[in-house]
Design a protein around this ligand. Sequence first.
Ligand SMILES: [Zn+2]
Length: 167
Amino acid sequence: MSEKTTDKSELKVSKIKNGTVIDHIAAGTALLVLEMLGITGREGTKVTLSLNVQSKKKTKKDIVKVENRILDKKEINQISLISPRATINEIKNFTVVNKFKVELPEEVHGFPKCINPKCITNAREPPKHSYFVKSSDPLKIRCKYCNTNMNKQDIVKMLLKYQGLTK
Ligand SMILES: [Zn+2]
C-alpha cells in the first residue's frame, strides 16, 4: 500500500457529491475551522477530515470536506482569519463548480469578540464587533472601538469563545 497522495488520488478516495471542500487549510487548524462552522458531528453532517496531509509543495496542510453545505461569506471570512491561504471548492454532482481562495478582508465585522474585556463592544447587546485588518502575516487586527490589537492566538481564542456563546 502506498502512502503517496497526489491530488488526483486524493480526490478519488473521497469525492463528495455535493458540498464544499476546504483545501490548503493551515496544518493543524482543521478542527478549529469545523468548530467555527458550528460543525460538531451531532448534526448528522457528513464530514471528512484530513490532517497534516503532504501537499505538492512538500508542506503540510489540512483538508475538510463537508457534504451538502455551501459556506456563506461570513463563514469564509472567519476561515480567512485563521487560515488565510485556504481554498474553497464548491462541489455539485461530483464536479467543482466554483473554486476560489479565501480572502482576508480589510475590515472584519461581527466577530470575534474583542479581547479587551472593558471594550464597549463586549457590553452591547447584540455585540457589535468591528476591526481593521492591520497585517496578514503575521496576522494583526485592531478593534475600531478601543484600538486593542489582536494577534492570531487572540483571534482563535476569541472566535471560539464567541461561537460558544452564540451556538
Ligand atoms: Zn475593543
